[in-house]
Each structure stands twice: as C-alpha cells, then as structure tokens.
Design a protein around this ligand. Structure first.
Ligand code: CP
Length: 309
C-alpha cells in the first residue's frame, strides 16, 4: 500500500521522525547496496526549475534500484489540453511513484494524487515544500544528534519552505522556532495557526515577528531562503527595500555566536545572504543540499513500501 507525500499536514509525528532518522541512515555506510526499489519505476515531473530536488529524487530512485523517467514542463499532453486527472490515471498504470513540482496551484498535486495506484511526492508547490523540510530536519539531526530543544531563527519570506519547516519542527519537544519575516511577506495565517497548535501539543513554541530586532539572540540555527522564491514574482516594485533588513550577514550572525547557518539554496550572494556567511565556517548549507539526496531515498522508500521497521 503506497502513501503520498503531498503535505506534512498528512503525516503523523511518528512518520516525520521516522523519515528524518531514515534519511540520516541513508547517509551512512550501512545503506550501501540497499536496493529495495528494484524493478520499480519512478517519474519526475518538474514544471518549474530545480537543481537539487529533481537530482536528489532521480539519483535516489536509481540508487535504490528503480528506473527513472523525467518529464519537463513541455513534455506531457497536459500542454495540449489533457486533464491532470486523466494524466494521473494513465501514469499510475505505468509508474510506482511520481515526484512533481508544480510551483503553483497545490490542487494540481492533489489531482495527481487522486488516483489509487501511484504514490505522489510534492517536490514543491506554491504553499509548501515538504521534502525540503524533511531534508532540513535530517541535516539538523545529523549535525546536533537531536532536534528536540533546538532554537531556530528563520529569517526571510514566509514562503513554501518556511511553511514546511513550521509544520515539521514543532513536532519535537522544546523546539523554539521564530520566523522573522518582512511585513507583507509573512507566513500564511492558517499554516501559522497550525504550527502554533502543533507547538502547544509538544511543549514547543512558534511565533512570527516582522521586526528583526525582536528576534531572539543565541539560537542554534539561523536559516534563510532566497528572496525570490522559485516560480513567484513580487508585484511591489520596492520589495527589495522591505527585504533588506532581513539579509543574513556578519552583523546578524554576531548575535548567534554558536549558531550554524542553513539555506535551502539556491542563494543569491549579496541579497538573502552575504558570501562571507554562506561560505563561512558556520555554514552547513552544502551539507544540507547533500542531505536532500539521502532524505529523498527515505521519502521514496516510505511512499512506495512503507516504514522499514
Ligand atoms: N531547495 C530546492 O528546492 O532547490 P531546487 O529548487 O534546486 O530543487
């Protein structure tokens, strides 16, 4: 029986923690030669640009023994008017899983998941980037040996990555997540409410501020994302002025002497983060990128075969 990975809201705490630990396991030597997806086929349908996520899932499928079929934005008959539902019904008779980046309407992912035969993985929609958060928690787990009790400062737009982090981190006891977002570019109110609800359940805390000076000092992780989220544009011509106080630079990192720096990438040096921070000793952003490949194995295995425990 397969499972979809369309939103972290559909995962239990146990599922999230299992996927984080399993991603870390796939990073280790014991996983070599583990090919549980032999004879299966995984598709990758990316309507928007991607370097990390598409490569992570394609390489994960191949290394786990599956075949892989890649579709770009112009490849499917969707472009000539075939419906998303019919596309899903057909692909489900040929593929075991489909990894899809719409970068747009999340209902497209749900339409693909509506068939009953093929697992669907949301590789980023407008509202959520669930596999990014799973890879990020795997990175934290590998770096700190725990997630419970970590203090995380997220700085930047309340985008799909922020939403996924807000739905994943407060599953762990004592986590503190502060989202410092530019005014007018905050987290979706319904996602924030769900994150606060999860935090209450787990003795954790999640809150948002639009004033970087209000953010706590001495956190364990400073996290940011690019200012122009993939597949989006900002109608306000002066948006950069609103984002400028949210740049992660030496002055911001000086308030967090022990912190590691994380970035989901791609980064724009000089905008969301300065080069000296991204390339500096505190940065684990490129380990984080590598962990997307380890985590993608855990996601594909879980979606297609279920928990391995
Ligand atoms: N972080 C992330 O999703 O990277 P890509 O857009 O390159 O897949």
């Amino acid at each position: 029986m397969h499972s979809h990975m369309t939103s972290l809201r559909h995962l239990s705490d146990r599922d999230v923690d299992y996927l984080v630990r399993r991603g870390a396991w796939f990073a280790g030597p014991e996983s070599r030669g583990h090919r549980p997806l032999a004879d299966l086929v995984v598709g990758g349908f990316f309507r928007a640009t991607s370097t990390r996520t598409r490569t992570a899932f394609a390489s994960a499928a191949l290394r786990l023994g599956a075949g892989h079929v890649a579709y770009g934005p112009e490849d499917l008959q969707l472009n000539t008017g075939e419906s998303m539902e019919d596309t899903a019904r057909v692909l489900a008779r040929m593929l075991d899983a489909l990894v899809v980046r719409t970068a747009g309407d999340p209902r497209e992912v749900e339409a693909l998941a509506g068939q009953g035969r093929m697992a669907v993985v949301n590789a980023m929609s407008a509202d959520e980037h669930p596999t990014q958060a799973l890879a990020d928690l795997t990175t934290m787990w590998r770096h700190f040996g725990r997630i419970a009790g970590l203090r995380i400062l997220y700085v930047g737009e309340g985008n799909n990555t922020a939403a996924a982090l807000a739905l994943a981190l407060p599953r762990y006891a004592g986590v503190s997540l502060c989202l410092a977002t530019p005014p007018g570019y905050g987290l979706d109110a319904e996602i924030l409410a769900e994150a606060v609800r999860l935090a209450k359940e787990h003795d954790a805390s999640v809150w948002e501020t639009h004033d970087p000076a209000d953010a706590p000092g001495g956190v364990d992780v400073v996290y940011t994302t690019r200012w122009q989220t993939t597949g989006t544009s900002k109608p306000d011509p002066d948006w950069r002025a609103v984002f400028a106080p949210f740049q992660v630079n030496r002055a911001l990192m000086a308030r967090h002497q022990e912190a590691v720096f994380m970035h989901d990438l791609p980064a724009h040096r000089g905008e969301d983060v300065t080069a000296e921070v991204l390339d500096g000793a505190a940065s684990i952003a490129f380990d984080q990128a590598e962990n997307k490949a380890h985590s993608a194995k855990a996601v594909l295995e879980w979606c297609i075969l279920g928990r391995n425990e």
